[in-house]
Design a protein around this ligand. Structure first.
Ligand code: SF4
Length: 233
């Protein structure tokens, strides 16, 4: 049975109250995650940064704005996606997570995945890749690839922050996001054959004329539960 919004919020409350690892001493607040419990796509990053630590939401700084743009460029609405990190508290100075911190915190991510049961998980950066596909390979080799594990698809991607610091990765990240769209379209076809309605939103319009004619909407019709989202704000 799928989890309810109340169950997800209860988990968020436990994360906010967590003092298990030393990161609770330096955080402003924990950042559990953001998005509807009905999301079929999850995005997992590394850890909150300065803006996220201040606002209590994931991916709200510069990297978050880039992520939003990338998603929209392929017809995905960020509000349909559940976004979180491996670590729920900001490491001081945005340093890399330490293994002990990952070990202490990862059960929260496992619980989130178990609750949402997403069909697709976007792994944003090497830390998410290492945590959820251990031993699969490096981000350099696997970025943009589709990795199936059971009924779930994982797509490792460069972290948006990496593309902000290293402009040469930007084009790669855009190309990889276009591949994500193709993967979703292929899986959507399978889902629609089985269940009827579209699953992963619509691809972006192929031309401005199509967009003006309204024949290629860009917003996803699925999992857009405004009331549910309000619970996270
Ligand atoms: S990083 Fe995770 S384990 Fe450490 S205090 Fe924050 S929520 Fe708890």
């Amino acid at each position: 049975m799928p989890a309810t919004t109340e169950e997800l919020l209860e988990l968020h409350g436990r994360i906010r109250a967590c003092t298990v690892c030393p990161l609770h001493l330096t955080r402003t607040q924990a950042v559990p995650g953001y998005g509807p419990v009905s999301a079929r796509i999850m995005a997992v990053g590394e850890a909150p940064g300065e803006t996220e630590d201040r606002e209590g939401k994931p991916f709200v700084g510069a990297a978050g704005r880039l992520l939003t743009q990338l998603l929209e460029s392929v017809g995905l609405n960020r509000r349909d996606i559940y976004i979180t990190n491996v670590l729920k508290c900001r490491p001081p100075g945005n340093r890399d997570p330490e293994q002990a911190e990952v070990d202490a915190c990862s059960h929260f991510l496992d619980e989130q995945i178990a609750m949402l049961r997403p069909q697709v998980i976007l792994l944003l950066g090497r830390h998410a890749l290492a945590r959820l596909l251990p031993g699969a390979g490096s981000i350099t080799r696997l970025h943009g690839e589709r990795v199936r594990r059971g009924d779930r698809v994982y797509v490792p991607l460069y972290h948006p922050a990496a593309a902000l610091y290293n402009g040469s990765l930007m084009e790669t990240l855009r190309d990889d996001m276009a591949r994500v769209r193709r993967y979703l379209d292929e899986d959507e076809l399978k889902v629609s054959l089985a269940t009827g309605p579209a699953a992963f939103g619509s691809p972006p319009p192929s031309s401005p004329e199509l967009a003006r004619a309204g024949s290629a909407p860009t917003a996803s019709p699925v999992a857009s539960d405004g009331n549910q989202m309000d619970l996270f704000e």
